[in-house]
Every structure is written in C-alpha cells, then in structure tokens.
Design a protein around this ligand. Sequence first.
Ligand code: CA
Ligand code: CA
Length: 247
Amino acid sequence: MKEEKKNRSERRAVEARDNRDNYRRDPASGDRSVQVTVDTTPPTISNVSASVDANGRVTVQATVTDDETGVKSVNCSYQGPGDWVRESFDMMALGGAYRGTSKVYTQSGTFNYAVEARDNRDNYRRDPASGDRSVQVTVDTTPPTISNVSASVDAHGRVTVQATVTDDETGVKSVNCSYQGPGDWVRESFDMMAQGGGVYRGTSKVYTQSGTFNYAVEARDNRDNYRRDPASGMIESTKADFKLSQT
Ligand SMILES: [Ca+2]
Ligand SMILES: [Ca+2]
C-alpha cells in the first residue's frame, strides 16, 4: 500500500455499462467501504538483558514484537571499553527473542548499549529512548593460582606430579607438567588431569635409570593467562636413589 494517511475510510462503488448502454451500479446507492489501517506504531521492546562471557564478549538479548506489520530489523548500538566510536551489531531472531554478540573485549570497563528496532513500515523504537543501558565487562587478566606442588616416584620408576590449580575468574583450561628426567635428551610434558577439589595429577613414563627429574607445572585459564610454578629456579627433593627437582 502506498497510502500515507492514517486510518481513513476508503469509499468505493463499481459502475458498469454493457454495449446497449444498460447501466448498473454496485451498490445501487451509497458506497461500499473498506477500512485502511496504516501502521504508525513502532515495535515493542521488552526483557532487554546483557551478559558477558568468559571470553570478554557481550551478548545482548531482547523481546521485540510488532502487532501491525511485523518486525523488520533489530540491532544493538553500543560503545564498549576501549571503543573510540559508537558501533552496532545486528540482533537475530532466535527462539522468541532477538540476540546479538559483540566482538571480544580485551580490557575491562563499561559496555554502554541500546536496542533499536524497526517494523515493516520503518517505525523506529529505541530502548532506552535516550541514554544507554550498561553492563560491566570484566576481562580476566590473572593467571591461575598453583599451590601444593608435589612429586613422588613409585616402585616402577614413574613420577607422579600433583598440584592444586584454581582460577577464580574464568576457570582452569589446562594443566601440564613440563619435565626432563634422567636420560631424557629434550624437555617434554604430560597433561595433568582434574581429580576434583582443584587437584590436578599426571604421571610420567617409566624411568630405568636413576637421576634428577626436573619439572615445572604450567597452567592456563580460559583466557589463556599462563602461570608456571616455579616461575624460575629450582626446588629439590629426594626419594630413594631418584632425585626430584622442580625447575
Ligand atoms: Ca508497528
Ligand atoms: Ca584467570
């Protein structure tokens, strides 16, 4: 429809003549009418929320409806920590809501945003009408904590390394033991597996000769912040004829 006037009644009658000039009008008198309703109501925006994931991305969600002509587009206008200019991302219909996700933020700060929606008549609504909503972005830059590091050698000449590893911000992604044992030409590593309660444990191959097992525990959180224990230096312990040292 190209009609630009609002809610007006359009009145119509059909007139016809045949080749003998017989005339009929329908209706015989008066007019038929049809109601022309033009959508001038912008979409409704509700249930706006934002969440920040472990990777420093912000997901914005909202319920957007338009009873008259339907929702044409929804986007999030935003300015996050470190952003020099205001930008926007599309929000897509997903399971009854509209949702969109920002880029990854690598610094902490405030993410200011507004949801903008248009219906199929280009009626526009912004939520909030002025100003912004905001959510705090906290980026994890702290490596995991490593404590209670210990190693023991069993009767078969295998070394078991254990440590407590925790990460309060985004959680522990991986723990491994970097080592060089008696007769090893190069430094290698084995994974240390979660045992529950923050305890990680891993076991080496079997050693057939006595000597020093030099090792360090390495941990990464879900933002790839890295810690090594010890950061440098060496701690030595001895057991039987197998010398353990932490490097
Ligand atoms: Ca509308
Ligand atoms: Ca962390």
